[in-house]
Write a protein that binds this ligand. Structure first.
Ligand code: CAA
Length: 262
């Protein structure tokens, strides 16, 4: 399945989906149209057979250079609230998306672009990627859940420094603070992300989905409250054909079949 909208494209290669934000002339900035189209595309994918999704930006300069400042320039507070709500809904849809999402960060990830990356499960950057939260320099704050997610991922001290200073950091600095999982030369970025996506897609689909759900749920809990969270989901995996096949193959010392997702 392929899908082309005004500001995004979607294609599928085997079990892997690739969603590209496609406004290269505006550094793929998030205007209302992008936010709506990403939402519509993601909703249409929830029930497909993809096992991993890659999100990236068109061109070789920007992943997403944040919210569209030309559009925000004219917003009143209630329009700003609607924009923030819509952006938050997209980020929540990504975070709760049933299968893992890899952000392939191929250039500038500013403001809302960083927020997009933070809503994905795994972030892989190209060497030329640049990260920043420029919002307070524009008289606003991150509006798509970025402050909350950033603090959870890189720690509150690092998050406050990035947000209060608006400092730009390189891909290597992002790696050092744990904002990204890996850095690759730009020309290898998509191949490296595909490699990881294929590895994920080759594992038992139900188990991967359940693992994502349990990890996400546990992030909202105190550690002691989360004990036992996995008992029901763990036991539910025992109903699957994939679990039976993989364990039988191990015990019988033979290679596993491909996982069927059942
Ligand atoms: N909104 C609107 N247009 C943008 C944009 C944005 N966020 N970022 C870049 N563009 C446009 C530029 O206006 C320019 O358009 P024109 O050619 O029509 O003039 C085009 O993209 C290319 O940009 P530059 O000429 O500036 O390219 P550069 O290589 O010199 O700089 C950049 C690249 C560092 C990303 C710079 O464009 C920049 O700083 N962009 C703004 C980044 C920013 O502040 N983003 C945060 C927005 S706030 C936010 O995201 C709030 C939220 O939480 C939701």
């Amino acid at each position: 399945m392929t899908l082309t909208m005004n500001t995004i494209t979607y294609e599928k290669q085997g079990f892997i989906g690739i969603l590209t934000i496609n406004r290269p002339k505006a550094m793929n900035a998030f205007n209302n149209e992008v936010v709506t189209e990403v939402y519509v595309c993601l909703e249409s994918l929830v029930k497909t057979d993809i096992r991993c999704l890659i999100v990236t930006g068109a061109g070789d300069k920007a992943f997403v250079a944040g919210a569209d400042i030309r559009e925000m320039q004219h917003l009143n507070p209630s329009e700003a609230a609607a924009f923030s709500r819509a952006g938050n809904a997209v980020m929540a849809l990504l975070e709760d998306f049933p299968v893992p999402i890899i952000a392939a960060i191929n250039g500038y990830a500013m403001g809302g672009g960083c927020e997009l990356a933070l809503s994905c499960d795994i972030r892989i950057a190209s060497e030329n990627a640049v990260f920043a939260f420029p919002e307070v320099g524009l008289g606003i704050i991150p509006g798509f859940g970025g402050a909350q997610r950033l603090a959870r991922i890189i720690g509150i001290g690092n998050a406050k420094e990035l947000i209060y200073t608006t400092n730009r950091i390189t891909a290597q600095d992002a790696l050092r603070v744990g904002l990204v999982n890996a850095v690759h030369p730009q020309e290898q970025l998509i191949d490296k992300c595909m490699e990881m996506a294929e590895k994920i897609a080759a594992n038992a689909p139900t188990a991967v989905r359940v693992a994502k759900d349990v990890i996400n749920k546990s992030m909202g809990m105190e550690l002691h409250q989360s004990y036992g969270l996995e008992v029901l989901p763990f036991s539910a995996c025992f109903l699957t054909n994939d679990r039976r096949m993989a364990m039988d193959a191990f015990v019988e010392k033979r290679p596993k079949d491909a996982f069927s997702g059942t």
